[in-house]
Write a protein that binds this ligand. Sequence first.
Ligand code: BES
Ligand code: ZN
Ligand code: ZN
Length: 496
Amino acid sequence: MQITLESKPYAALQTDALVSYLFEESDPVQGRIAEIDQAANGLLRKLSKSGELTGKTLEMTLIHSPDGLKAARLLLVGAGKREQFNRATLRKIAGAALRYVKARSVKNFVFLVRENDATDESAQVAAEGALAADFETDKYKTDKKNDKSIDSVSLAGYSDAARAAGEKGLARGRIIADAQNFTRDLVNEPSNKLTPRILAEKAEAMAREAGLSVDILDEKRIAELKMGALLSVAQGSVEPPRVMVVTYTPANPKPGAPVIGLVGKAVTFDTGGISIKPAEGMEKMKYDMAGGATMLGVMRALAALKPSVKVICVVPSTENMPGGKAQKPGDIQTAMSGKTIEVLNTDAEGRLILADGVHYAKQLGATHLVDAATLTGAIVVALANVNVGVFGSDQAWTDKLLASAKAAGEKMWQMPMDDEYREFIKGSFADIQNIGSGKGGGAITGAMFIKEFTGDSPWIHLDIAGTAWNDEAKPWLAKGPTGVALRTLVHLVMSR
Ligand code: BES
Ligand code: ZN
Ligand code: ZN
């Protein structure tokens, strides 16, 4: 799908649909919407008076062959209350509009930003929203007869003076949305088509194409490095594990500057291992590599956006299977750091592979860590599919991430990390155990476990188990992988 800036006056544009948005207020027909209304002989005001055009959030009003416009259709999208309108709303509006017209076989449309919105940020979020909305999860359906697709979108409403800003925002939005869709495409892959080895091949190809340096550790090097926690999970599978290391180095690295370490859980399928999961819903566990896919997507975007800070991405990947060689509850493993772990539940495998992942990222020189993982069902209980769970060992670093989440329009909620929770994972027969002995607090226990391997480096853990997958389609996003946290992390790195 193409997306470009359009400088011709919108009324003269020949397009399948002209799309704009209006606010929920006593008179929603104002500014550019009033101009369109005038050209259309007062039709919009009439609709508003009759209560059919209210501006309520994501209300869709479609008018065919509108008077005064060259467009075949006019679509007006409700933007909700003007006071609450922000970039996140605009992103959703652009996405919902795309999916609405796409479902009606429209091939191209013009998205007209309102009179106050001709900024680079608006262009960025409109592009992000439209491109993410265009992503479908029907890759493996063979009957494409009734497939619909959008060929091109143009963004209108930018004066000559605002044009350069618009172009800049559009380019940034394209980079970020393409990266997010790259992540979603990986997460969508079933586990027979995405083993750790295949994921590593894809990561390597992405890194080479993007101009990032890449190192893929195979099972031999993983063993040489004594990544015992990762290996303990991998030993139950015939598929060997991999660790992907993708590095971005800025053109003029400053000595002594912080180095950001991004670590992502990539369990390509989580059966639970010997502590096996129930059959119902197990198919969803193909998305247990979403944290790793997110970090790879972040790297892809950073390669194009070129931040001034060095970033090291470490993605440990394995299957979690109940094979004849699988680890068993009670087994004691030695992590790369030397800490011993009593594995009381083989289904708490994400924290095991992250233990070695964060330790290795530190060894490679990362000073500030962020990990992302579909770590616990408990975070779904706590925050449902609305907020990402945020855990941090350093409030200043965590505050930066929360600010980036706000700016990127992703909902995240900080969870507690009090010392009392440390008691939950104290080991009886080893240094620590991989599940809590206390009652409840399952998402926190998981985070506490990872923290054991971060030393005194500022570290953030993002539990995306509830948010990385949409069980239902949203008006602005297909059902399935969301690519959550990518935009926040790109923003976090870019604002360093
Ligand atoms: N991959 C799961 C987490 C998960 C569960 C994600 C449900 C999405 C939905 C993780 O490896 C896991 O199984 N965690 C266990 C931990 C428990 C054994 C302490 C869980 O949450 O049940
Ligand atoms: Zn598990
Ligand atoms: Zn898992």
